[in-house]
Design a protein around this ligand. Structure first.
Ligand code: HEM
Length: 415
């Protein structure tokens, strides 16, 4: 594929135009140019469902990009491993994210949701004591979605709650590093600093757990063994760092988007409130229409045919989940949040079935999908129980921000 002109009539991926409405850009690409080369980022965008699906499963789409996108701040994660190294290391961690491991976490999730919600309600009650109003205004993102995943994860790793402020600082720096398509040097440096700080923080904790293993995920990683394979301190530090990050920002953003969808068209909120069998659909549909992580990068290890053209080995290809999930070739009224759609099996929305790609697909399918599902289901059910009259704050319109990671940054509601 020759590139005589950059972008050829399409806005640049990093332009303000795309930032303000990436879905309009992706819609145009799906229709007019399903394989698109973006000059500024020197990357290809793949935007149709069928092609994103086959690309995830094609071994020529390597995850080498994580060597520079992730390794400097996380260490060598599962995401950049391939083949048997990947399957062996993943097998050491995965029991914790499925079946028995997850059941063990359920009470932890319950406890966190209640603590946060109680705190949130109490704070509002105190603030508004003496006023006879049925609802108070809160920012669900700043006061709820932001806390829950990081609390759950610090509990699973058995790290003190008092350290969550530090975790936020670190994960924001790491996610910014990961999303740094513009290659801002300050963002880059903050990511590297965060890496050093996390490792310095974790080193004595890992040493202590080696001596006295407990019930937590760090201890489990220390004692885990599959086919004689064990993890060293460096790998445990990497897993802990990745889990802290992979599980925080994504779940945080999805929770924000979930309430945005339900409350923007309040009949959706009422439908789910009055029929809890729709809770799973609400979360699945949120992930489909507004996946928090909007694209996954890959590097081609050989020449690949895509949409009738040959893309050369070594190319950087972005699989745009945010677009594939809205492909009108796959879903009817594809851009509409529809609790009742029949062309997505919501019971499979959290499995590697390829209905939508919010959790990726194929070998690197999200390890935390079931945990994320539990966090969101429990949160939503509890909120619906306690605040059946919840609505968006007057005049507030949710605004999604970001390109690689995208979600509203505020969700002002009246409880
Ligand atoms: C709504 C919440 C979440 C979303 C949307 C999400 C999204 C993703 C995506 C798109 C990938 C694949 C990346 C790629 O192929 O390049 C992934 C991988 C991964 N996720 Fe999640 N994630 C979520 C929650 C979590 C949680 C809660 C955890 C852990 C506590 C987690 C841990 C991981 C890990 C370890 C991988 C790498 C798996 C591998 O390489 O084999 N995620 N996630």
């Amino acid at each position: 594929m020759a590139h005589s002109h950059d972008n050829e009539g399409f806005p640049a991926l990093l332009s303000d135009e795309v930032a303000s409405d990436p879905y309009a850009f992706y819609r145009r690409l799906r229709e007019e140019r399903p394989l698109h080369y973006d000059g500024e980022t020197n990357s290809y965008l793949v935007t149709r469902h069928a092609t994103v699906s086959s690309s995830y499963r094609n071994p020529a789409f390597s995850t080498k990009n994580y060597e520079w996108q992730m390794e400097p701040v996380f260490g060598r994660t599962l995401l950049q491993m391939e083949g048997t190294e990947h399957s062996r290391k993943r097998a050491l961690v995965s029991p914790w994210f499925r079946g028995r491991g997850l059941e063990n976490w359920m009470p932890v999730i319950m406890r966190n949701v209640s603590t946060i919600l109680d705190g949130l309600v109490e704070r509002n009650v105190e603030e508004l004591a003496g006023r006879f109003v049925s609802g108070t205004e809160v920012d669900l993102i700043a006061e709820f979605a932001h806390y829950l995943p990081v609390y759950v994860i610090s509990d699973t790793l058995a790290l003190p709650k008092s350290d969550t402020q530090m975790f936020w600082g670190w994960y924001q720096a790491l996610i910014a590093f990961l999303s740094n398509l513009k290659k801002d040097p300050d963002v880059h440096q903050r990511g590297l600093d965060a890496h050093d700080e996390i490792r310095a923080y974790l080193a004595p904790i890992i040493a202590e757990r080696r001596a006295n293993p407990g019930n937590d995920l760090i201890s489990a990683l220390i004692v885990a063994e599959v086919d004689g394979e064990r993890l060293d301190d460096e790998e445990i530090g990497t897993h802990a760092t990745q889990i802290l990050n992979a599980g925080s920002e994504t779940t945080d953003k999805t929770l924000g988007s979930l309430f945005g969808h339900l409350l923007t068209n309040r009949e959706n909120f009422e439908a789910v409130r009055d029929d809890r069998s729709l809770v799973t659909a609400a979360i699945g549909e949120t992930l489909r229409v507004t996946p928090p992580s909007q694209m996954n990068g890959r590097i081609l290890s050989e020449d690949v045919e895509l949409e009738g053209e040959t893309v050369p080995a070594g190319s950087w290809v972005n699989l745009v989940m945010a677009s594939a999930n809205r492909d009108e070739r796959r879903f009817a009224n594809s851009e509409l949040f529809d609790l009742f759609r029949t062309d997505m099996d919501h019971s499979k929305a959290f499995t590697a079935s390829g209905e939508h790609f919010a959790f990726g697909y194929g070998r690197h399918f999200c390890l935390g999908a079931m945990l994320a599902k539990s966090e969101m289901e429990i949160s939503l059910n509890l909120m619906l129980d306690r605040f059946p009259d919840m609505r968006l704050a007057d005049g507030f319109v949710p605004q999604a921000k970001g390109l690689k990671m995208r979600a509203p940054d505020q969700m002002r509601v009246v409880l």
